[in-house]
Design a protein around this ligand. Structure first.
Ligand code: PEP
Ligand code: MN
Length: 355
């Protein structure tokens, strides 16, 4: 088998069980995934960092032997999660082709440093998941730790698996796409792979997230698959059987980044001119609105009136939100925009009144 090289295939499709549980489950999942023809690399967790103690914590070394067997049977490269130097040593002994750092490990600079030191000089690529919390500097810091020990940048990749938050929303982990874009702009050459499984938390959102990743020019997907998801010892709700995984991967449309057909370029340029024009008007209006806020601040200061008059703001908000349908804008979006405008408006009044 030729040496696995990060970046040699885009999109890179990685799949396999959340956890290697038994030899049969691991091998059957991996062989069936290989038979789909859509999977480039196999994954499994053999050491599982769990949020709650007492959850299934992985089978350890046995799992590495099963993954090595899966590699022999399928001819596909394999990857496992590592969190300590000992994990790295064992993974290297079993000749894994890739290791990844889990979201609970990326948050810990000590652990990341330990893994980086152990991986140094091995030539094995590492994929770094985003940390649990939305902290780009921490994610970027992990990249720098691997690079600082001498691991070449093209042996380092990123996995965007979403960010943990308090409360119930659509996804188990919020994608917060703009944070991933920021990371991309810091490391423009680096492979960025999307992990819709850990974002979604359930299988029903896997397609929409995978398609979003394709539309946002991600370099691949890592999706969990299990021969019998309902019996899985970890992440049972988000795993697909190999046949479903194949259907999902085949249905994602990796559109072209650009086309040079002159009709297309003309149509696009026309729309882009319109957008640029509208943006110019939009922001010039916003600038004018903020100047008026400052005037209001001056009048309030002269009359010793407080900045925040919640009834007035409530009226503005209700009026605009009631026009959501007519404007063709979602209420959540309008709400976010209004909150941002209101905050800046208060800041402007505050700067006039208190400084
Ligand atoms: C996993 O990939 O199974 C895993 C534990 O993921 P994360 O670190 O993203 O939670
Ligand atoms: Mn998992």
């Amino acid at each position: 088998m030729t040496k696995f090289k990060l970046g040699a295939k885009r999109p890179l499709i990685i799949s396999g069980p959340c956890s290697a549980e038994t030899r049969e489950q691991t091998l059957e999942t991996c062989v069936r995934l290989a038979e789909t023809g859509v999977v480039d690399m196999l994954r499994a967790g053999v050491w599982k960092p769990r949020t709650s103690p007492g959850s299934f914590e992985g089978v350890g070394l046995k799992g590495l032997a099963w993954m090595a067997e899966a590699k022999r049977l399928t001819g596909l490269p394999v990857g496992v999660e590592v969190a300590t130097a000992k994990h790295v040593e064992s993974a290297l002994e079993f000749e894994v082709d890739m290791v990844w750092i889990g979201a609970r490990t990326t948050v810990s600079p000590f652990a990341v440093q330990e893994v980086a030191d152990a991986l140094k000089g091995s030539g094995v690529p590492v994929l770094i998941k985003n940390p649990m919390n939305p902290d780009i500097d921490l994610w970027a810091g992990a990249v720098k730790r691997f690079s600082a020990v001498g691991i070449p940048m093209d042996d380092i990749g990123l996995i965007h698996r979403g960010f943990s938050y308090f409360g119930q929303q659509r996804y188990r982990n919020a994608p917060m796409w703009p944070l991933a874009f920021e990371m991309r702009s810091r490391f423009p050459e680096m492979m960025m792979i999307c992990d819709p499984s850990h974002m979604a938390g359930t299988t029903e959102y896997l397609f929409e997230l995978s398609q979003a990743a394709a539309d946002l020019r991600y370099d691949g997907l890592i999706i969990e698959s299990h021969v019998c998801p309902s019996q899985a010892l970890s992440d049972a709700k988000q795993q697909l059987i190999p046949g479903e995984l194949e259907r999902l991967v085949r249905s994602v449309n990796w559109r072209r980044e650009a086309a040079d057909d002159p009709e297309f370029v003309k149509a696009l340029d026309l729309f882009r001119d319109q957008i640029d024009q509208i943006d110019a008007e939009l922001f010039s209006l916003l600038g004018r609105r903020m100047k008026i806020s400052e005037e209001i601040g001056r009048v309030k200061k002269a009359n010793d009136v407080a900045i925040l008059q919640s009834s007035r703001w409530g009226t503005i908000k209700d009026r605009i939100l009631s026009q959501a349908d007519e404007l063709g804008l979602g209420r959540d979006f309008l709400n976010d925009v209004l909150e941002a405008i209101h905050l800046e408006s208060i800041n402007r009044q505050n700067s006039v009144m208190n400084f």
